[in-house]
Design a protein around this ligand. Sequence first.
Ligand code: HEM
Length: 506
Amino acid sequence: MPPTPGNKRPLPFVGNKLDIPKEKSWMKFREWNEAYGPILTVWNGSTPTMLIGDPEIAVELMEKRSTKYSSRPRFVVAGDLLTENRTILFASYGERWRAYRKALHLATMPKSVDSYRPIMEMEGKVLAEQLISDPAGWYDHSSFRYTASSVVAAGYGRRILDIHTDSAYQKLTKNIEFLIRVNVPGAQWHETFPALRFLPSFLNPIKKAALYYRYQGRENSAALMDEVRKKMAAGVAPHSYAKQLLENREKYADLDDVEFNGQPGSLFGAGVDTTSATLQSLVLALILNPEVQERVGEELDRVVGSQRSPVWEDEANLPYVQAVIKEILRWRPVAILGGTPHASTEDDVLEWEGKQYFIPKGSIILGNLWSIHMNPKTYEDPEAFRPERFLNNRQYTGTGTKGHSSFGWGRRVCPGAYFAERSLFITASRLMWGFKFGKATDPRTGSVVEVDASMETGYTSGFNCRPKPFICAIVPRSEEIRETVEREARAAVEDLRVFENFYDDD
Ligand code: HEM
C-alpha cells in the first residue's frame, strides 16, 4: 500500500486519527504529500484513506478507473444519521445514486441551466446595486443573497430578498451549516467508531442534532414543494426545477416523496455556499493584486464600455476575465478536500513512478485540492494569484480543459459545474467591470485595514472553506458605470417581481 506519512505505524483501533488536526486537515495533508509523496495511506480506525496530492493520480484513479472509484465512504453522522444516505451526495454508487443524478440532470443539463441564465443576470444586477447602496454589507449578506436567490429562484421559482428574514433561506442554511461542520475527516469520533450512533440521543449531542436536522430538512423541503404545487394550481408558478419535476412526477416514480422533495434542496446545499465563497475569494484576490484589477478593467472597458454591463455574448472576447475565474477556482478552491471523498469498490493496483501500490476495496480516496492545486510540478509558483497562467488555452496535465480540479472527478464530478460557471462568469465579470476593490480605511484611526488571504489565518475551517469575514472599500469604477448599474438594477427588480409571489409558509 502507499506509505503512511513518515512511515509511522498506525495505532490499534484509532489508526492515524490522532495525527489529523480537527481544523483545516487539508494543510497537514499537503505537508505530508510534499514531504512523503503524492499518494499516501492514512488510517481512520481500520479504514485506509488514500491521500492524493497529484492531479494525474486523481484522474488515473477517479476518472480512468471510475467504475472502481465512484462510491462514497460511509458517513455515520452526515450519512446514516442526518440523511439516511438518501441524497445524491452520500448515496453509494449504484441504483439509488443513479436515480438521484438522473432527476438532478433536469436542472443541471446545459439546456436547463441556460433557461435560468436570466435569473442569474438579473440577480447579479441587483447585487451590483447593493454594492453601491450598502458596500459594507457585501460580505455579510449581499454575496450570500445573490447566490442563494439565484439558486432558490431556479430551484423553486422563489426569490430571496433578505437572507436575515427569509424563513426558507434560514432553514436551508442552518441545515447545510450543520452538514459542513460535521462532514470533515477527523472531526467526529463517530466516523472512527460507528457503534457510537447507537448511544441514545441524550448522551449523544451530535446524534440529537443530526436527527433534529433530518426532520427539519424534510419538513422544509415538503413545504417548499407544496408552495410550488399551490402556485401551479393558481397558474402563477414561474419556470423552475421544482415545477419541471412536478410536471414530470411519473418519470421519477422510483423516488419516494422524501427523495423527490429533496431534489431542489440539493441545488441549495451544493450550490450556494460554494459559489458565494468563490466570489468572496475573488474580491480578496483583487484587493491583494491591483495589477490584475487594472488589466481586467482595461479588457472590460475595451469590450463592454460603461453604457451597459457584461452580457453572455461578451465571454468569448474576455479571455483575461475567463483566466481570472479559472485562477480563483485554482488558488482558493472552496471544496478544498475535493468535495466529498470517493470510495473504491474493488481491489486495485496503481503503478506510479516505478512503484506498485495496492489499494484495497473499501478505501477512501481523498483528492486534496490544497495539495493538488499547490503542487509546483503542475503549477509554477503555485502560491501566487496569477491569471496569466491560463491564457492562450494553456493546458495542465490531469486537469482536462478546465485547467483545475475544483469540480472533482469522473462519475461523481460536480453536476452543477456548468451552473456554477455560468453564475461565476456573469457575476464575477460584473463585479470586475463595475467596481474597484481596495483596502478600507478605519474612520477612527485613519489607518489602513489589512485583509488576510492566508489559508492558515484568513480562511474558515470546514468542508467548504471561505475567507473569514473581511471589510474592504468598494467604489464604482466611474460615474457613468454607477449610473448604468443603478439603471439596470431598477429594470431587473421589476423583471424579478414574478419570483416574489410568496405563499405564507406557516
Ligand atoms: C463554485 C461552485 C462549485 C464548486 C467548486 C463545486 C465543487 C464540487 C465538488 C468538488 C464536488 C465533488 C465531486 C467529486 O466527488 O468528485 C461536487 C459535487 C456536487 N455538486 Fe458541486 N460545486 C459547485 C457548485 C455546484 C452547484 C451550483 C450545484 C447545483 C446546481 C452543485 C451540485 C453538486 C452536487 C449535487 C454534487 C454531488 C454529486 C454526486 O455525489 O454525485 N455544485 N461539487
